[in-house]
Structure formats: structure tokens, C-alpha cells
Write a protein that binds this ligand. Structure first.
Ligand SMILES: [Zn+2]
Ligand SMILES: [Zn+2]
Length: 330
């Protein structure tokens, strides 16, 4: 009586592998996600380059440079969709109707989907969901100067996923522009989201913009410094004084030779704020009040990052970065 079903069950029991089609987006890019638990950075690689340029043995995270074999970079959403797809295959097989198309259509993107943006925070990273439509103008598309791999991301990311090269010099100005775009998203978010939700997201984006600005400068300085045959101590350029001292020794010009006193003072405050956002959840302590010379806050207050501050910070970092590019040519 159940001959067909029994035959089908036996066949399914022997199934060890189901290939799941992965759709690329309208521009031909596929989603990837860093497998490092503390990172989970999301980015895209052009499907052709993923096939032809990227090596199976090693892929790099554009944000943290974690390296892992090519099979480890599926996104959480893709794995979930694949599970649904595989389940669909079994169900359909048992129903005697292999309608894989129907299952595949289940994994199509929800147009209201959120893009998760990772934030550095004490003890790991928080993911902030930003509506995809709002995040799209923040997406930076780039092509590695060394290997030609095309990839894209939102936020600050500097390593080519295919060859691992630091691409900060190439993307520095563009990265700062996407940071400015993110800082200016306030009005759009207030229009599209509820007021409370919008405020939380705007605060996250502005805080992330401060962190990305420092990161963009850090990666640029590291690359310029390395190009002259040095290796900087890890995170040396996250610190304004330490970084300035390295350049003073290397090219005879510290930051005070490059920018005026008012600019250096503002940069000092913003770098300190970044430090407190990343390590103290933005809570001001005595150390901040003394070191930043910022008199706006009392100990125990939480930093409030304004759009104007992010824009000024991006301008200052851009000016300093461009000067270092010009002055550090070997
Ligand atoms: Zn990563
Ligand atoms: Zn490359």
C-alpha cells in the first residue's frame, strides 16, 4: 500500500546533501557574514569574484580581518533560509511533488527587512537593526586595488575579503562620506519610524559614526606607516598622542605641526569620546573630564553625540588624514 512512500523515505534517508541556491542581489552581489562571534560583520561580495578570485582556503573579514575558509561565511539569514529550503524539499518529496521553486521563493527577501549594523561596545559588539532602505545610501562599494575583488559594506571596513590587504588609503575619503551620510539620517528615520525607535537608532548611528571615524583614521595611519617599512603597535593610532609621537619620529611632524591648536583640542575631545563609547558605554568618569578638557560633562553623565559633532570630527580627521597621505610618501 505505502510502497511509494516507503521508497521515497528510503531515498531521503540516504540523502546526505542538498544544494541550496543562493540568490545574488540586483547588482550581482551575495551576502556574507563574518563567522567570528564577537564580530558578525555583514558585507557583500560580487558573485563572480566570489567564484573566480576568492580562494576556498581563506577569506578575510573586511572589518576585523578574521580569516576562515570560504564555506564559513554564510549569513545567519542564509542558513535559516537554507534550513527552510531543505525542509521544503523533504516535505515536497514526501508529498510526491518536488516543487523546489516554491521552497526557493520562501527565501526571497522581505522588502521590510532590517540590516544589522554592528557596534563596538564593551564586552563585544551590539547589532543595531537599521531599515535596509535607510542604510542603503551608507553602503560603500569598492574594488580591491591588488586583486580586483568587488565588495561592499556599510560602516567602516578596510580589508579586502579576498587577499586581506588594508585598503584604507583607497577608501578613506569615501568612508568618511558614508559616515557623514549616516550622521545625517536623523530626519529620514524620524519620518519612517516611531519617535522612540527613531531616537534610539539615531543615537546608535551617531555613536557608531564616532567609532567609525576613529577606525577610518586608524586604518589609514597604519597603512601609511606600514608602507614606510614600519609596524605600528596594535591600536597605536587610536590614541591621538601616541599616534602623533609616531609620526613626529617618522616624518618630523606630529599632529600639532599639521593642525592648529583649536583643531587639536576638538580632536582630543572626540578621540576621548570614542574611547568612552567603546569602553565605558559612554559614561563620563574623572579621567575623561581631566584628559579631554571637555567641561560640558560632569562625572557619571552619559555622552550625548550630536550630528554637528560627528560632521566636525569627520572634517578634522579628513584634513589630518590627507596631510599624512601627502607628507608620508616614501
Ligand atoms: Zn569580522
Ligand atoms: Zn584584494
Amino acid at each position: 500500500m505505502f510502497d511509494n512512500l516507503q521508497r521515497e523515505l528510503r531515498r531521503l534517508a540516504e540523502t546526505k546533501e542538498i544544494s541550496v541556491p543562493l540568490e545574488s542581489d540586483a547588482e550581482g552581489y551575495v551576502d556574507k557574514e563574518c563567522p567570528a562571534k564577537e564580530c558578525l560583520f555583514q558585507f557583500k561580495i560580487h558573485a563572480e569574484d566570489w567564484k573566480n578570485i576568492v580562494r576556498d582556503e581563506e577569506v578575510f573579514c573586511p572589518s576585523c580581518r578574521h580569516a576562515a575558509p570560504a564555506e564559513s561565511w554564510f549569513t545567519t539569514a542564509q542558513l535559516e533560509a537554507a534550513k527552510q529550503y531543505a525542509l521544503g524539499i523533504f516535505t515536497n518529496a514526501l508529498n510526491g511533488a518536488m516543487r523546489a521553486d516554491a521552497a526557493a521563493s520562501k527565501q526571497r527577501r522581505n522588502p521590510n527587512a532590517f540590516l544589522s549594523i554592528t557596534l563596538d561596545a564593551k564586552g563585544g559588539r551590539d547589532a543595531v537593526p537599521v531599515p535596509v532602505a535607510a542604510a542603503e545610501p551608507m553602503r560603500l562599494r569598492t574594488k580591491c586595488e591588488s586583486c580586483g575583488c568587488r565588495y561592499s559594506y556599510v560602516g567602516a571596513a578596510y580589508f579586502c575579503p579576498s587577499c586581506g590587504k588594508n585598503s584604507a588609503t583607497h577608501t578613506f575619503a569615501q568612508t568618511l562620506n558614508t559616515i557623514r551620510t549616516a550622521a545625517r539620517l536623523g530626519a529620514t528615520l524620524r519620518e519612517t519610524l516611531g519617535p522612540d525607535e527613531a531616537e534610539v537608532m539615531i543615537r546608535s548611528l551617531l555613536e557608531k559614526a564616532m567609532q567609525d571615524t576613529v577606525m577610518s583614521f586608524q586604518r589609514l595611519a597604519e597603512q601609511l606607516y606600514d608602507q614606510r617599512g614600519n609596524t605600528a603597535r596594535r591600536n597605536a593610532f587610536q590614541n591621538l598622542e601616541a599616534g602623533s609621537a609616531l609620526w613626529e619620529a617618522e616624518i618630523g611632524a606630529g599632529y600639532a605641526h599639521i593642525l592648529d591648536a583649536a583643531a587639536i583640542n576638538s580632536l582630543g575631545i572626540y578621540f576621548q569620546q570614542r574611547h568612552f563609547l567603546a569602553h565605558q558605554q559612554g559614561i563620563v568618569d574623572t579621567d575623561y573630564v581631566i584628559r579631554s578638557t571637555d567641561t560640558t560633562y560632569a562625572v557619571g553623565q552619559r555622552l550625548v553625540i550630536r550630528e554637528t559633532a560627528v560632521l566636525e570630527f569627520a572634517d578634522l580627521v579628513e584634513k589630518l588624514g590627507f596631510e599624512l597621505i601627502a607628507r608620508s610618501k616614501p
